[in-house]
Design a protein around this ligand. Structure first.
Ligand code: SF4
Length: 330
C-alpha cells in the first residue's frame, strides 16, 4: 500500500513525540520482558491503574524465570486489581515457554515471538518496535481512531475489513529508522489529542494531512453487544476453621481464583440477608446478594475453609476481596 506523504506524516509524529511524549517506566527500558509485562497490563486496563502496579510486579518478577517458577496462585494474587485474569495466566505461560524453549532468553525473531502463548499481532508489534526498534506495525484502539480520521475512513474499525485496512496502513506508515518513537507517538496522539470525544485538531502534529471532515463521528464501530444483567446469591460462612470459599475451575474466566460460595436463590431465602453488591465485568452487570450461612453449613465439592491468616495470599477478584474485607472487619 502506498500512502501520499507517508514519510512526512511519520516524521512529524516522531518529531512531536520527542518533545511531547510522556514519561512512563516502560518507556525507559528496552528489556523485552518489561515491555511484554507492561503491554499485557495495559491491554484493557488504564494507565493510572497500571502505573500503581507495574513497578511492584517487576520487582517481584524481574525476569521470565522468576514468574515461571512462581505458583499460579502467587501470580494471580500479585495481579489482583488489574482484572482480566486470563492475561496473567498467558503471561506466566509465555514466561515458562521462554524458559523451556529459549533457555530463559527472550526471543528476538518474529516467528519465535508469535509462537509464545498469548502473544498476538499487537504484542508482536510492540515487542519488535519498543524492545528491538524494528519497523513493525502496531494497531490498538488509539491507533485505529487516528487512522480512521486521518484517512476519513467510515469502514467499521472492528470489522474484518476494517482491521485488515488498519494493519495495512500501519505497515505502510511505520517510520523506517525510528519505529519505537513512531509507534509510541501514534498511540500517544490517540490518548492525548485525537481523543474519542473531542479531538484537539489545532494542536495535532499531522493536521495538514488529515482528511477528516467530521472527526468526532469517527471511528465507526459495529453495533455493541448488549449489557446483560445477572444476579448471584452467595453465602458468608466464617467458622473457627476459616472462611468458606470456592476455588473456581473448569476453564472459567477466574479459574484458580477463590470466591464466596454460590447457592441457588431458593436455598438462600431463609438466610439473613447481609448486603447487595453491584459491579460490572465486561458486558455483564452483576448484582451479588450476600447471605449469612447457618452455622452448620457444610462445604460442598470444590469449597474449603481458608484460615484467616491465609486470606491475604489467596487470589480472588477485587469485588470478592472488597466484600469479604468489609464483613471480616464489621
Ligand atoms: S487533525 Fe484532528 S482528527 Fe485529524 S488526526 Fe489530528 S487530532 Fe485527529
Amino acid at each position: 500500500m502506498s500512502i501520499p506523504h507517508a514519510q512526512d506524516i511519520a516524521q512529524a509524529l516522531v518529531d512531536w513525540f520527542c518533545i511531547h511524549g510522556r514519561d512512563y517506566p516502560w518507556r525507559r527500558t528496552t528489556d523485552p520482558w518489561a515491555i511484554l509485562v507492561s503491554e499485557i497490563m495495559l491491554q484493557q486496563t488504564t494507565i493510572p491503574t497500571v502505573l500503581g502496579r507495574y513497578e511492584r510486579w517487576m520487582q517481584q518478577f524481574p525476569t521470565p524465570a522468576t514468574l515461571a517458577a512462581a505458583t499460579e496462585e502467587t501470580a494471580l494474587r500479585s495481579w489482583e486489581g488489574l482484572g482480566y485474569y486470563r492475561r496473567v495466566r498467558a503471561l506466566q505461560a509465555a514466561a515458562r515457554a521462554i524458559c523451556q524453549q529459549h533457555n530463559g532468553q527472550f526471543p528476538t525473531e518474529e516467528t519465535a515471538l508469535r509462537a509464545l502463548p498469548g502473544i498476538g499481532d499487537y504484542t508482536v508489534g510492540a515487542l519488535l518496535s519498543f524492545a528491538y526498534n524494528r519497523p513493525a506495525p502496531l494497531v490498538d484502539a488509539n491507533v485505529s481512531r487516528v487512522f480512521a480520521r486521518l484517512f476519513n475512513d467510515p469502514t467499521p474499525v472492528d470489522s474484518p475489513a476494517g482491521r485488515k485496512q488498519q494493519w495495512q496502513l500501519a505497515a505502510a506508515l511505520v517510520h523506517p529508522t525510528h519505529p519505537r518513537a513512531y509507534n509510541s507517538a501514534l498511540m500517544e496522539l490517540g490518548q492525548t489529542i485525537c481523543t474519542s470525544n473531542t479531538p484537539d485538531c489545532p494542536r495535532c502534529p499531522i493536521r495538514s494531512w488529515c482528511r477528516a471532515t467530521d472527526p468526532a463521528s469517527l471511528p465507526v464501530r459495529l453495533p455493541r453487544k448488549e449489557i446483560t444483567s445477572i444476579e448471584h446469591h452467595d453465602i458468608f460462612h466464617l467458622t473457627t476453621d476459616g472462611l468458606l470459599l470456592e476455588k473456581q475451575s473448569g476453564g472459567k474466566r477466574h479459574e484458580g481464583m477463590y470466591r464466596l460460595p454460590r447457592r441457588p436463590a431458593e436455598d438462600c431465602q431463609a438466610y439473613p440477608h447481609l448486603a447487595d453488591q453491584k459491579y460490572s465485568i465486561t458486558r455483564f452487570k452483576v448484582t451479588r446478594h450476600l447471605y449469612q450461612a447457618p452455622p452448620d453449613t457444610p462445604a460442598q465439592p470444590g469449597e474449603e475453609f481458608i484460615p484467616l491468616h491465609q486470606l491475604p495470599a489467596t487470589p480472588m477478584a477485587s469485588p470478592d476481596r472488597k466484600i469479604i474485607t468489609r464483613f471480616l472487619h464489621s
